[in-house]
Design a protein around this ligand. Structure first.
Ligand SMILES: *Cc1c(COP(=O)(O)O)cnc(C)c1O
Length: 387
């Protein structure tokens, strides 16, 4: 089976011998043109037309009312959590299977992550596990939700759309409302993923996206916060730009602000990339369909998009029968210069979060032991847009 997978990947990318990376960016549109234009304009940093343009493009694409570009996805998450009202010594419910940035953002505030299990279908926060945890371990008092054993306030819920597969966000939103919990969607991996036709990140109070080099579209480093709340959007812009009161020459600031804005240079690249997004998605979907066909014949389970969603298929994933077989495949594929990798170490197993409050994490444990991410780059010849 291992050989069949590796041969399929080599064949798909038409690379009989060369190293095949997990996810390579593609700069095949207006990338150079816009970046050079930003350089020629001399507006490479805090001010420039591309930041506004990119925010407009994100609004158009996601149908969110407001978009605030940030320096990266972690900053977008941090700011979203602050605006959602998370304070130090409070708790934030999230999943143990995520990239470290989710927990880092929670920790910057001095809050603590609480880990609830994931759904075996979408690999993101499980609605049943969430509602069990809230029903058995938490109580609502004066429209606030508290963890009974520690007396700490649960300040927010952060589901993550793992590898671009949307969680059951409508049910989750209902649960959050029932417990008076704000929701911040960690949509870092889900640009181009839709839940029942509505873009991920636009269900919660805030959605945070990433445009890091390995994501579906990239601007080197970058992020964006989306929200439908005008007041919060204005505050997000203000706080991410050092909380400076606009004035032609005075330096007046009215909050402790953050240098979290996206530089215009990155925004130029981001504008070119978002133009390519639909072409990228088409190519990624073609590959995912072929992986699905391949794995129908093999004793491993390919992770397909949930029936209710349209996934961007950012990173394709397959689940092997057990950890031993999974590890053997990691060795085989990487020895053969086809890059694959396991899921992230579960967050509660890291030293910083070993004392975190956890619900049962059975599915998280199983997925972390058996999952492999497969090469998922856009096939260049598939992309319709050429310079
Ligand atoms: C990539 C990613 C982030 C952070 O994005 P950066 O832009 O690298 O800061 C956050 N959460 C998840 C789940 C991610 O995959």
């Amino acid at each position: 089976m291992f050989n069949e997978i590796v041969s399929f990947v080599r064949n798909y990318y038409n690379e009989p011998a060369a190293f095949i990376p997990l996810h390579e960016p593609r700069f095949i549109g207006n990338d150079r043109k816009y970046v050079l234009d930003a350089i020629d304009s001399t507006f490479v940093s805090s001010v420039g037309k591309y930041v506004d343009q990119f925010e407009d493009m994100v609004k158009d694409y996601t149908c969110a009312n407001y978009a605030v570009a940030t320096v990266n996805g972690t900053a977008a998450l941090h700011m979203s959590l602050l605006l959602a009202g998370v304070k130090s010594n409070e708790l934030v419910i999230t999943q143990a299977l995520s990239f470290i940035a989710t927990c880092n953002a929670i920790s910057y505030i001095g809050a603590e992550p609480v880990f609830v299990d994931i759904d075996s279908q979408n690999l993101g926060l499980c609605t049943d596990a969430l509602s069990d945890f809230l029903a058995t371990e938490c109580e609502v008092k004066n429209q606030n939700c508290y963890h009974v054993k520690t007396g700490k306030r649960i300040a927010a819920v952060v589901p993550m759309h793992t590898f671009g597969h949307p969680v059951q966000i409508d049910k989750m939103l209902e649960i959050c409302k029932q417990y008076f919990l704000p929701m911040v969607e960690d949509s870092a991996e889900s640009m181009g993923s839709f839940f029942k036709g509505k873009h991920t990140g636009t269900f919660g109070d805030f959605g945070a996206f990433s445009f890091n080099g390995n994501k579906t579209i990239t601007c080197g480093g970058g992020g964006v916060i989306v929200t439908n709340n005008e007041k919060q959007a204005k505050l997000a812009k203000h706080l991410t730009t050092q909380a400076k009161i606009p004035h032609r020459w005075n330096f007046e600031h009215d909050h402790i602000g953050y240098n979290y804005r996206m530089p215009n240079l990155n925004a130029a690249l981001a504008c070119a990339q978002i133009e390519l997004l639909d072409a990228f998605l088409e190519s990624k979907r073609k590959l995912a369909i072929q992986y699905a066909v391949l794995f129908k014949e093999l004793p491993a389970t390919f992770v397909e998009e949930p029936t209710y969603a349209k996934s961007n298929y950012w990173l394709n994933a397959v689940l092997f029968a057990d950890k031993i077989e999974r590890d053997a495949f990691l060795t085989y594929s990487n020895d053969n210069h086809v890059m694959t990798r396991p899921a992230w170490q579960l967050m509660h197993k890291l030293d910083m979060f070993k004392n975190a409050i956890c619900g049962p994490l059975t599915v998280s444990g199983k997925v972390a032991d058996t999952l492999v991410n497969l090469p998922s780059s856009v096939l260049v010849k598939d992309s319709l847009i050429q310079e």
